[in-house]
Design a protein around this ligand. Structure first.
Ligand code: NOJ
Length: 754
């Protein structure tokens, strides 16, 4: 190995290495393999089956590593294993180029944060940044260098299971959340100690899959792409993200993973991205399946030529054909070298040539750091959204209660409390809702639990279940009628029933799209029977997408959306229920009444009879069940004195919006103050309301706080389909400030050309 401890600049060290590489070694530096160890496969499996192929995977991958045929592995999380595999690359391969270890650190590695949609619901970039820096610290400690996160896909169709991984429907909130996550994961710059490379994904448009069906094609207008789907990516790149991942599906008729407009024109040329691009898993091979590439060599050429540097692969990577594509001229040597250069530069920046190994003792210490659990608890408290609270039922006072019934199939399920997209969690450290409540109220209050109904099977099993051993309740061991009767009996004799319902964690996420939004299984029936007892009911919703809560929104006085709240979720939920902290989260998506309304967004443009949204369907109210930005609090907030410093200004100017917010309640609470605008006329029509500012503030009892927001050319700029370019129009603008997207308090200002 010629490069260790070399102090010369990265560029020349990279060039020196490239000069020594064969075409096959270059292809190897562009190939990433899954490494599942043995747990996914079985050596007894039928030859030719996927299980039998998986059983051979470790040997095949290790052979590639020593042959210089692999640049990176994903899915290894044990430090000793990472060191063992790294040694194969550093000591046994010809050039000794270290491996990058990548992993889906989506919402925590060992300490699990609330799911990403929940973190977005905090509307709190500081909490989000802190959470992801804790996740990065754990990841880096075990030897992971790179996370396939954040997922910054805008999601406007809750049937799509991956809505849980993103920040919801809005580009402005999405951009703020994206950059906070990148800062948290990566720190000041790539290679910062205790941080990892961030890889925003999936570029681009994946959230708009037809019908919400995972991986289905996407057709988006240029205006939607530039104004809605691309801004969170741009924000992630501006925050310094070192990597970007491709998307599986076709975007406007061209597979995203072979789409040079996306990776070359937009990402590199227009935005100046100088990091490396990875394909989604097997997505380069898939260029053949998608009817784009003729064969795997063609797929490899199209991938590299589009700007996709690394192929993420399970078996038989298309990039194995790159030497062939080079020889035929389908790929130019300069293009191949440019990709290799970007990958090696990342390895140098991460310090891998100098420090390829990880300290196993230190990993244990970092994973055990109690401060991480506190970060997770606070994040769960800050992300919960109180949807309803009739007559101030919440917070509960434990002094008024002798008994609490905790009911529902998710109430004491630790695994479900963590949510999807986690693999390395520790159930012993996880606090379920039932445990959290019991721990909070102490022995003076009797707290009992009954699941009431079973967690049912999915129609099609999830491949992720095999990875973490998740199983539905066995119908043979679970007598639904008897369990329902027991739960209802418990509720009847309790002072309050806390009912925890939602989707099981394997019903949301990748490969977990749904054609309905109803509560799975017999959960609604259970809720109705519990309400029927006359006992006061609090509903806690465990979810990553809006569910059909029409019945609950009329009949259950208090509803708190707790999402999948993570390792310390149960404790956080108890602190919210009993008023130690006030809920302050707000919905990052519009909550429809029923699946028939989707996609439904708050920022639609105005058209015929715009103020009659309720009548958009004849069979159902056309308004949402809860609007975007909605979330109640134990505080009570009043907005007054909304003003603009300059009623008339020019397209280049920035105006200041001011407002006073007062907490008229007798306790401290948080409010997310939101600012929306509407451009009344211009070169194209603009949404009736668009979020253009927010601030989460903590106000003590009776406190009044003046707040300011700036509205400049950046906030008013948009991509106009009429001009086919970015414009900043002269116009009249409406401004609303308040606690959700229906805020009534408004004013206007004029913008002139000069
Ligand atoms: C496929 C998913 O689409 C992507 O988000 C993920 O990072 C990779 N698999 C690796 O697990």
């Amino acid at each position: 190995m010629t490069t260790t401890n070399d102090a010369s600049p990265i560029d020349s060290r990279v060039d020196e290495l490239i000069a020594q590489m064969t075409p096959a070694e270059k292809a190897g530096q562009l190939t990433q393999y899954f490494y599942f160890g043995s747990f996914m496969g079985s050596s007894d499996a039928e030859p030719g089956s996927i299980e039998s192929a998986m059983a051979q995977l470790p040997e095949m991958v290790e052979g590639s590593v020593t042959a210089g045929g692999a640049t990176s592995l994903l899915f290894v999380t044990h430090p000793a294993e990472i060191n063992r595999l790294q040694r194969l690359a550093v000591e046994d391969s010809r050039l000794g180029i270290p491996l990058l270890f990548g992993f889906d650190v989506i919402h925590g590695l060992r300490t699990i944060l609330p799911v990403p949609i929940a973190m977005a619901a905090s509307w709190d970039p500081e909490t989000i940044e802190l959470g992801q820096s804790m996740a990065a610290r754990e990841a880096r400690a075990v030897g992971i260098h790179w996370t396939f996160a954040p997922m910054v896909d805008i999601a406007r169709d809750p049937r799509w299971g991956r809505i849980v991984e993103g920040a919801g429907e809005d580009p402005y909130l999405g951009a703020a959340v994206a950059s906070a996550q990148v800062r948290g994961f990566q720190g000041e710059q790539i290679g910062a100690p205790e941080h990892v490379i961030a890889g925003p994904k999936h570029f681009a448009g994946y959230g708009a899959a037809l019908g919400g069906r995972d991986y289905d094609e996407v057709n988006l207008s240029d205006a939607e792409l530039w104004n809605v789907y691309l801004p969170p990516f741009k924000a992630a790149i501006d925050a310094g993200a070192g990597n970007v991942m491709t998307a599986y599906m076709d975007l406007n008729g061209v597979p995203a993973s072979g789409n040079s407009w996306l990776f070359t024109d937009v990402l590199r040329t227009t935005w100046g991205f100088d990091g490396f691009v990875v394909s989604d898993a097997n997505a380069v091979r898939s260029l053949v399946t998608q009817g784009f590439a003729a064969d795997l060599a063609d797929a490899a050429a199209r991938g590299v030529n589009a700007g996709v540097d690394i192929e993420m692969s399970m078996f038989d990577p298309a990039y194995g054909r790159l030497p062939e594509a080079l020889e035929s001229g389908a790929v130019l040597a300069e293009a191949l070298d440019a990709s290799v250069r970007r990958v090696l530069a990342a390895k140098f920046a991460m310090g891998l040539f100098d420090t390829p190994y990880v300290e196993e003792d230190r990993a244990r210490e970092v994973l055990a750091d109690p401060a991480h659990r506190e970060v997770a608890r606070v994040a769960a408290e800050r992300s919960a959204v109180m949807l309803r609270n009739e007559d101030g039922l919440l917070p509960l006072d434990p002094g008024d209660l002798k008994s609490i019934a905790v009911i529902g199939p998710l109430a004491d399920s630790k695994r479900d409390t963590l949510g999807p997209w986690v693999f390395d969690f520790d159930l012993d450290e996880t606090v379920s809702v039932f445990e959290g409540i019991r721990g909070r109220v102490g022995s003076g209050v009797q707290v009992e639990f009954a699941p009431g109904v079973a967690r049912t099977q999915r129609l099609h099993p999830s491949p992720f279940d095999r990875m973490d051993g998740y199983a539905a309740d066995d119908p043979d061991d679970f007598d639904d009628d008897a369990e329902m009767a027991r739960a209802v009996g418990l509720a009847r004799s309790a002072d309050v029933a806390i009912v925890v319902l939602g989707e099981w964690q394997n019903q949301i996420g990748e490969l977990a799209s749904r054609s309905s939004l109803e509560l799975p299984g017999r959960q609604l029936e259970l809720l109705q029977a519990v309400v029927e007892t006359g006992t006061q009911v609090v509903l806690l919703v465990m979810n990553g997408r809006p569910l059909d809560l029409r019945w609950a929104a009329e009949h259950v006085p208090a509803i708190l959306d707790i999402w999948y709240p993570g390792t310390r979720g149960g404790e956080a939920v108890a602190n919210l229920l009993f008023g130690d902290v006030s809920p302050g989260g707000k919905l990052p998506f519009t909550w429809p009444r029923t699946v028939g309304q989707v996609p439904m967004i708050y920022s639609h443009t105005r058209s015929q009879d715009p103020d009659n949204q309720a009548h958009r369907y004849w069979n159902e109210d056309g308004t949402p069940l809860f609007p975007f930005g909605h979330g109640l609090s134990y505080g009570h907030f009043e907005y007054t004195n909304l003003a603009i410093d300059r009623p008339v200004s020019t397209t280049q100017d920035t105006v200041t919006v001011s407002v006073d917010v007062t907490n008229t309640a007798n306790r401290e609470a948080d409010e997310v103050v939101q600012l929306y605008i509407h451009q009344r006329y211009g070169s194209a029509s603009r949404p009736g309301r668009e979020l253009k500012g927010f601030q989460r503030v903590t106000l003590s009892a009776g406190e009044s706080r003046p707040l300011r927001f700036l509205l400049g050319p950046d906030e008013r700029r948009y991509w106009s389909a009429a001009v086919r370019d970015w414009v900043t129009d002269a116009s009249t603008f409406d401004v609303w400030v308040g606690g959700d997207s229906t805020a009534p308090l408004s004013t206007t200002f004029e913008v002139t050309d000069s």
